[in-house]
Design a binder for this molecule. Sequence first.
Ligand SMILES: C[S@@+](CC[C@H](N)C(=O)[O-])C[C@H]1O[C@@H](n2cnc3c(N)ncnc32)[C@H](O)[C@@H]1O
Length: 290
Amino acid sequence: MELSGQEPVMDGLGETALWALYHRSLAARDPACGLADPKALELVQALDHPFRRRFGTDNRGWVRGMAVRARCYDRQVRVFLARHPRGTVVCLGEGLETQFWRVDNGTVQWLGVELAEPAALRRRFLPDTDRRRTVTCSLVDERWMREVDASDGVLILAQGVLMYLPWDRVRALVEACAARFPGAGLVFDTPPAWFTADTVQSRFRYPARYRPPPMPWGMTPARLRELRTCPGVAAASQVPVPRGTGLWWGRLVPAVDRVPVLRSYGPLFVTRLLFQPEPAPAGPPPPKHS
Ligand SMILES: C[S@@+](CC[C@H](N)C(=O)[O-])C[C@H]1O[C@@H](n2cnc3c(N)ncnc32)[C@H](O)[C@@H]1O
């Protein structure tokens, strides 16, 4: 990615952040999507990127899907903040997400983790504050963990990013987070395996012929079971997604979501992991009775 004048020119993974922002901003314009996000609209305007030419205009299904995904994450954050008002939310691969402005309760600590160029773009348009900052670091590099204040609870989010990493890296990330943040949660989404296979074989294109980077794996019930066996993982479950709008996101997806054997085939697989709490410190030995 390079920053040229006002217009960010990105390729590969960095451009996916612009794609996601653009779709959320379109959702924010449509009251039926139920996603109030004035900051996304403001940011799209400020970026002055050729969004329509690059990503197309015939995107209604994607727009509705992005709204459902964002609302699903917002719900997770609100539940967390109800219990940990001063907790820390970590957003791995935060891109240009404006979630902070949708869910801020005035006391949350917010930490974004991004690769160098998207992080620079983010800081330029969404400068750090005392409660919200972006660290430049790959999410597979454990350096970001040192930046997390874990004193009031931690929720880690990985929205729209883990499908771009190899599965063994994802497993290693889960294990590292579980070891470092006992009692915390990790929420991430992936498309299902039938979808990601098309991206690897370059068969898949969005409108305007935009092609996403390959996604080497997709979520399946077998992978969910595998995550349950990772050291430090107490629970792993598929999160029900909120009802969206239109035939697909308003009716079919919620119907599929209600049937356990079909749920994993839906277009959006959101996973929530809970890490085992720290073991209570060993107390004094019991008194000896003679
Ligand atoms: C599809 S975008 C999603 C952005 C944001 N989470 C959202 O939902 O709008 C994927 C983001 O992950 C970032 N990313 C990809 N690999 C990463 C890595 N190894 N470490 C940190 N960020 C990464 C990309 O730079 C990009 O901003």
